[in-house]
Ligand binder design. Structure first.
Ligand SMILES: [Zn+2]
Ligand SMILES: [Zn+2]
Length: 315
């Protein structure tokens, strides 16, 4: 028996280039099926996420869904009517409504917009000519994935230009929804900062209760202060408010710094896609660039399909 000839791509007479495996192992035969997506593909069944994972996900999502209306009602209907006149109150209510709309709207868009490799049109589900060596094999999905894509164990799929899995929106942040994540964290930080200003002034007028006082049983037993519980409660709101300012702004500035350099969370040292900060931002924010901050409903087409990436060397 003569030895069998090497496997070749049907559309190409050249022998197939080796494809990098996710775990640096040699590619297996299923890789060739994905080079021709017209053929039936035996995808692994989608595993149901574990109940504990689903519960923790819902709890994280509830944090934004509960805290946004809480601070809105606290500031607009309780604190500012006692601090501002009618004009100030109305202007503040408009600003707070706009911020809350952007928080919840961008959160919803992060959740709804998937960056899954499956969102690509069929013709982009295989490497372009000369790019075969850039695509990697995902063992979990048993398929090839484009450069800059990574598998997410929680979403159970490969994500285009995956940055990270965001528990607060219940979705992976990647090529298609990074714009919404940036404005979500920005408005969360902005809204919390505004709420902190009003809450701080309000508490300052009534008298702060320090953390050690708050948890001191002696203060409660000995102090016949009738408003201690009230002052303690509004002071607690301020302490919680400070956390709500710090956390989103840390996320926002780290996301902006990543986009500015065109890197992702798992590959921060890779600068080969850095095309200058303006073009880097346009790859994420789309055609309308920073105008997208006004509303998640603004359409701003991305100049990129998420599968083929230019590098500095190819420019
Ligand atoms: Zn995968
Ligand atoms: Zn994910």
């Amino acid at each position: 028996m003569p030895p069998e000839p090497p496997l070749q791509d049907k559309d190409n007479s050249k022998p197939q280039k080796p494809v990098k495996d996710v775990d640096n192992q040699k590619s297996q035969e299923p890789v060739l099926d994905y080079l021709n997506p017209q053929e039936p593909i035996n995808k692994p069944p989608i595993k149901a996420s574990k109940p504990t994972m689903a519960c923790s996900q819902i709890l994280y999502i509830m944090i934004i869904i509960v805290l946004t209306p809480f601070f809105y009602v606290d500031v607009v209907f309780y604190v500012t009517p006692q601090l501002l006149g009618p004009i100030g109150f109305t202007l503040n209510a408009i600003v707070c409504t706009w911020i809350s709309y952007n928080i919840l709207g961008n959160m919803w868009a992060c959740y709804r917009k998937t960056s899954s490799v499956d969102s690509l049109p069929l013709e982009l589900l295989k490497p372009a000519e000369g790019e075969e060596h850039l695509w990697r094999y995902c063992k979990e999905c048993q398929r090839l994935m484009p450069p800059r894509s990574w598998h997410c164990k929680i979403c159970n799929c490969c994500i285009l230009k995956r940055d990270h899995h965001c528990n607060f929106t219940g979705n992976c942040i990647g090529h298609n929804n990074q714009r919404y994540f940036i404005w979500l964290t920005f408005y969360m930080g902005l809204g919390s900062s505004l709420a902190l200003v009003y809450n701080f002034i309000f508490v300052w007028r009534h008298g702060f209760v320090l953390v050690n006082e708050l948890f001191s049983m002696a203060a409660l037993q000995n102090g016949p202060e009738p408003d201690l519980a009230f002052r303690g409660a509004i002071s607690m709101v301020v302490y919680g408010n400070i956390v709500c300012v710090i956390f989103p702004f840390v996320m926002f500035f780290s996301a902006v710094s990543m986009v500015r350099r065109n890197t992702v969370m798992f590959d921060t040292s890779n600068r080969e896609y850095d095309m200058g900060w303006w073009r880097n931002f346009s790859q994420v924010l789309g055609k309308l660039q920073f105008w997208t901050c006004l509303s998640p409903a603004i359409k701003s087409p991305l100049p990129h399909d998420g599968a083929q990436w230019k590098t500095k060397d190819k420019e």
